[in-house]
Design a protein. Structure first.
Length: 267
């Protein structure tokens, strides 16, 4: 029984050490983000390769232990939560990506998800899944008005959580009610691109009803001009994506969102 009590005490001690270490790690992550902000350093760093090297070292270190996989799963979870802390320190709110189809919303949201472990809401995907059909089929069977109402309802649901990336359909910002709903829980980021860039990105896509069978520079330019003013009026910040890597685009988004967050917290 003495042995049992000792093991139990040792386990309790380990738990206390783990809690202290985890708190210390979280505080270091916070301090790291704050240091970068105070010294004008980019919060986004291309560190994926370095993280993988570190993980490989730990995996090799545990190679002869039968519960290696369990320990590495815990490590992965800790890294994931650390990313979430970073995103909360940087954003602390939802980020709504708006813009014309093909402007890069899905690509940017995917990158931010991997970098900061933020939840991503792909509006078109969710609406299609809920209705059990593609966006093109929704337009054909129920009409555009039905689809637009679905978008508005989904935006209202997004207010129930924070620190999400919401990749909006191209027409979301055209309705003022949608803009009002987005502003209740986050920052609206407008991604722009030239008609030539848009055409190149959507050329092989067949899930964009407004462009299907009419993928030309002239048609795209006409649609973009019709939406431009509404996009500009809705946007809190604007980021042009032409000729930029996804890393450069996301870095610019973070750098532009930061002053807005500081302004909102000091107001």
């Amino acid at each position: 029984m003495e042995k049992l009590q000792k093991l139990s005490n040792d386990l309790d001690m380990c738990d206390e050490v783990i809690m202290d270490i985890l708190r210390m790690r979280c505080q270091i992550v916070q301090e790291l983000i704050h240091y970068k902000q105070e010294n004008g350093l980019s919060p986004i760093q291309p560190e994926q390769e370095q993280q993988q090297q570190k993980k490989d070292i730990f995996t090799k270190k545990l190679a002869d232990y039968e519960y290696q996989q369990s320990i590495m799963s815990i490590y992965d979870f800790i890294i994931d939560q650390s990313k979430r802390i970073q995103s909360h320190e940087l954003f602390g709110q939802n980020i709504f990506l708006v813009g014309f189809m093909g402007a890069g919303k899905s690509t940017v949201s995917s990158y931010l998800k991997n970098t900061f472990s933020m939840d991503v809401i792909e509006m078109d995907e969710i609406i299609a899944k809920r209705n059990g059909m593609s966006i093109s089929e929704i337009f054909e069977l129920h009409g555009e008005q039905y689809f637009r109402n679905e978008e508005t309802e989904l935006l209202r649901e997004c207010q129930n959580k924070k620190n999400q990336i919401i990749s909006c359909g191209g027409g979301v910002a055209m309705r003022q009610v949608n803009v009002d709903e987005m502003r209740k829980s986050g920052t609206i980021v407008l991604l722009t691109a030239s008609p030539e860039t848009i055409l190149e990105r959507v050329q092989s896509s067949h899930d964009r009803p407004l462009l299907e069978n009419n993928k030309t520079i002239e048609h795209i330019t006409s649609l973009m001009q019709a939406r431009e003013q509404a996009y500009q009026d809705a946007a809190d910040i604007i980021v042009n994506t032409d000729g930029k890597s996804v890393f450069e685009i996301c870095e610019e988004i973070v750098n532009k969102v930061q002053p807005l967050k500081i302004e909102s917290t000091t107001a």
